[in-house]
Every structure is written in C-alpha cells, then in structure tokens.
Design a protein. Structure first.
Length: 202
C-alpha cells in the first residue's frame, strides 16, 4: 500500500485469537520430587546438562551453544553470549536480553567442574558437545535422551507422553528463583526475558 502497488492490505482484516496466559496454557511445572528424580536418575551423558538447565533456567539452544569460555568458576557465574540454532550453527542470542550472567548454584558449579574432566574435547570448546565434539541437535537430545528418560522414570501422562517438556525445566528454575525470594527484575534478567511482563505473566 505504501508503494501504491495494491489498493488494500488484506492482512489488516485478519484477526488472530491470542491465547490468554492468565487462562492457563497447559504449562506443567515439575514438582520438587520430579526435579529430584531427574537429577538423581538422568543418564550420565546428559545429567550435568539437565542439572544446569534446572538451576539456571537456560534455554536448550543456550545450553547446546554454551562454551567453557562462558563458565567462570572463580566468580561462579555462567555468561550467556551465544546459542546454537536448529541447524547446529553457533550465533548470538536472539535478543539483547539473551546476553546475561547467571549465578551458579553450588550443585551446578560442582557438577560442571567434575564434567570438565570427563567431556569430549571440542574445537568449539563446548560444554555439552556430542560424541564427536560437535553441537548436539535438539531432536537427538529430545528423542534419544529426554523422552526415553521421562518414560523410564514414569513421568508420563495417561497416553504415555512426557508430563513436561525440556522447556519446563526453565519454568522450574524460575519457580525456584521466586521461592528464594528473588525480586522479579532479577529473575527477568537471569531468565533472559525481554520484558518484566513476560516474566510475571508466565
């Protein structure tokens, strides 16, 4: 329309029904017992990744792209400055809010410290590479590790599907932060949300 190629923008007539966050959107936040089960029984190959997810709230793309350069054991923080996309390519976070520092809980610190001596070497210096030192694909983590683990632990619904997805570990982290009495702005920053509204609504 601005270029006068068309007389009418048909897209303006399309109304999309937005799902209300307050009406409940099917999110399932793992209970503490379920979190303990995952921590205790996760496969050795991915246990440290799951622990890091639970206590930092990092996205799976951020975990897949996490470099040892971003793990500061002395200051006990994880610097998020890159992520791995769906094509296993390393790039910058999606938004400015994605760049952040996350404090390491003692369990995360100790698990990563021990993991550093076990993990396969990677040209990309990745914390969680695949067996060949490359970026792990999300589908492999989900289909070959996460889902089978959930079935083995009995964390499934009536249809045998996992009770909660990997992203729910992020919600679990935020819930733990809230329980510790952290203020909403701090939680927003650590989770990497662009707005406080998103944090509070979710």
């Amino acid at each position: 329309m601005e270029r006068e190629w068309v007389e009418h923008n048909v897209a303006t007539d399309v109304k999309l029904k937005r799902q209300s966050r307050t009406a409940g959107d099917g999110k399932v936040i793992p209970t503490k017992d379920e979190i303990r089960l995952v921590i205790d029984k996760a496969p050795a190959s991915h246990r440290v990744m799951f622990i890091t997810a639970i206590f930092t709230g990092m996205r799976i793309s951020e975990l897949r792209g996490l470099s040892w350069d971003g793990v500061d054991f002395e200051r006990r923080v994880i610097r998020v400055y890159q992520r791995a996309d769906e094509f296993q390519q390393i790039g910058a976070p999606k938004s400015r809010a994605g760049r952040r520092e996350i404090p390491m809980a003692p369990m995360v610190h100790d698990a990563l410290l021990a993991w550093r001596d076990e993990v396969v070497e990677s040209d990309l210096n990745l914390v969680f590479p695949n067996s060949k030192g490359k970026v792990q694909s999300y589908s492999n983590i989900n289909n070959r590790v996460y889902r089978p683990m959930m079935r083995e632990l009995g964390l499934v619904d009536e249809a045998g599907r996992p009770r909660f997805g990997f992203h729910s570990l992020r919600h679990a982290a935020a819930s733990l932060f809230i329980e510790q009495g952290w203020n909403p702005k701090k939680i927003q920053t650590i989770i990497g949300h662009a707005s406080i509204t998103m944090t509070m609504d979710t």
